[in-house]
Structures are given as C-alpha cells and as structure tokens.
Design a protein around this ligand. Sequence first.
Ligand SMILES: [Zn+2]
Length: 189
Amino acid sequence: MEFRIDNGFLTGAAFNDSPNSDERPENEEPQLIVIHCISLPPGEFGGLDIHRLFTNQLDFNADPFFSRLRELKVSAHFLIDRLGEVTQFVSCLRRAWHAGSSEWKGRSNCNDYSIGIELEGIDTEAFDPRQYESLRKLCRALAACYPIEGMAGHSHIAQPSGRKKDPGQGFNWAELSDFRNLELPLGLG
Ligand SMILES: [Zn+2]
C-alpha cells in the first residue's frame, strides 16, 4: 500500500501530537528531507521512550542516560521504528525541532524548510529492511505533496560540521537510489 499525505498528515499513521513545534516561516514549504536516527537508551530498541521524549513525557529517572536529555525540547515529523511502523508527531505544515543549528546548500535553519524523519536505531548499526521500505514510501508521499529538492542526513547539515553523526555509517544511502532526481549526499551507491 502506498502512503499518502493529506493536509499535512500521513493517512493511516498514528499521530502523537508533539508540543515541540511551531509555525513555519510564512510561505515556507518543505523542500528538504532530513534523516536522523535515535534510540533510547542508545542501542536499545522497542518501547515508547522516543515517543515520550518528543511529547515531553520522558521519565528522566528511568535510565541514567536520560538525565542528559532533561533540558531538550525536540521532535521530528515522523519516527519509523524497527518494524517499519510510522508514527507522526508534527504536521508537515508545521516546523518540527529536529535539525538544530544547520545549513543545507547555503541556507541556514533547516527546520524552517525541512521534514525530519527519525529511524529507530544507532549510527553504528545497520537498519532494518522494513525501515527502508517505509522510508521510501514516506519519501515518495512527501515528494508527491511538497516541492522536495533533496535529502540529507543530520550529519550532513549540522553546524558546526561534525556536531552530529546520525544517521551514521549504518545507513545505506543506496536504499534511496529511487530518488536520483533529488539532491542526495555524495557517495550514493
Ligand atoms: Zn539527528
């Protein structure tokens, strides 16, 4: 089944509304897809702690790692878990808080004009084939709906350079070779 975006939302996907979002600048549409990875605690998969982080409901005492997340107010538009299930946290029409200080093709503040997609994972390990399948469907749906010009990893856009590693060496950009009409990071397949 193909995915479809309707009025900012992926039809059929679960929506878990994140308060960590705001309006995009006027007349700004999604032009870039930013791919991230996250797991909480790092390297542990399953569970709902990523959902809790994005909705400011994480129990900071549940794991020693979590205490360093206390001041974070973050979100992404989408999370794709290890099974390939997609959860949406922010309407595509709004600005999610995923990229931080960033630059793409000379344009700063990537959050203004991008869609953030988190893959459940860690930057040193391979991702699940089901995640790539959902990612491709999601990117196709986004590109059908918005003037998407390219895709990048968080590591490619983070400022200063080297600030972020995700999605990391475990992410295979060749899995996105269907999207050669878009700007993709160098080294693709
Ligand atoms: Zn990231």
